[in-house]
Ligand binder design. Sequence first.
Ligand code: SAM
Ligand code: SF4
Length: 341
Amino acid sequence: MRPLPLLVDSHGREHRDLRISLTDHCNLRCTYCMPAEGVPWLAKASLLTLPELLAVAGVAVRAGITEIRLTGGEPLLRRDIVEIVAGMAALEGPSGHPEVSMTTNGIGLRKLAVPLAEAGLARVNVSLDTLVRERFAELARRDRLDDTLAGIEAAIAAGLGPLKLNTVLMRGTNTDEAVPLLDFALARGAELRFIEQMPLDAGHTWTREGMVTADETQAIIEAAHLLTPLPGRGAAPAERFAVRPLGEPDAEPLGTVGIIASVTRPFCGNCDRLRLTADGQLRNCLFATGETDLRTPLRGGAPESALTALIHASLAAKLPGHGINDPGFLQPRRPMSAIGG
Ligand code: SAM
Ligand code: SF4
């Protein structure tokens, strides 16, 4: 393994985390992500193939990426998902093999959790916004709660942990479930992470007033549990808390909870993430308005040095922050499902 120059941007942030969207397709239509009719899908021929994905990830790992998160769209819809995981897990960089994880709606895990674990998947984040079947069917526009729950149990049984569950709270929709969802996670030794809704949906329906803020979320949980901030956040997006029974500061924690305040308390200063879209465009931020095309040079047989130079050029242009709170903020052209959350 020949190491490559580390991925340090012009603000001194060293990049360790690569998020790869494997497809923009999905078997759900969560209201905060996609309109009911879906989005104009990427052409199949434009999706990076397994060797192309491994070529980009291989360069990134040799340049110091230690964590690869597979996402989408719904990553489990890729027919070659087990081969992708195995290929990624076998890559080698200066710190050894990367940790390969996945963000998924969980639906395919009943079938795939064991083969994925055997292929080298370390852990999964499963999205879960409600435990009520009718509400799930409304929120995700598909009646699949049972499949998601079965996927969660399969992930636990396959040892894909520590399991994380992702929840987006929406005013008037599921805020009453913040505590039941947290209790569901605690009972399974999982960490629930509440994510502030971001202006990334294809339907452009996000409003600041509709978003449940991190402060509100914390207040709802603190009515039922005692939260104590945990130190050592590093580059992680989540602020983490130990959870104890109310009024029992000396009790053994029941577990942990995370709050991701992307909008109201941005954490860009410590960002260590790069993103690759399913069609091979490198993005230096979830909210970037520009992208670096890696697919064309890859398919044109560009040497590895050219790919490396393009990745470094994208990093050099990375802005200090996402600017959601600036008056001139423009929502990126691509929705979350096409960027990879
Ligand atoms: N389909 C997979 C899933 O749902 O976990 C992976 C892709 S999804 C885009 C990744 C994560 O982004 C999910 O946890 C989802 O809840 C979150 N997400 C999607 N749209 C969002 C938005 N507008 N604001 C905040 N989080 C969002
Ligand atoms: Fe699909 Fe995930 Fe978007 Fe829901 S959040 S529509 S599961 S990509």
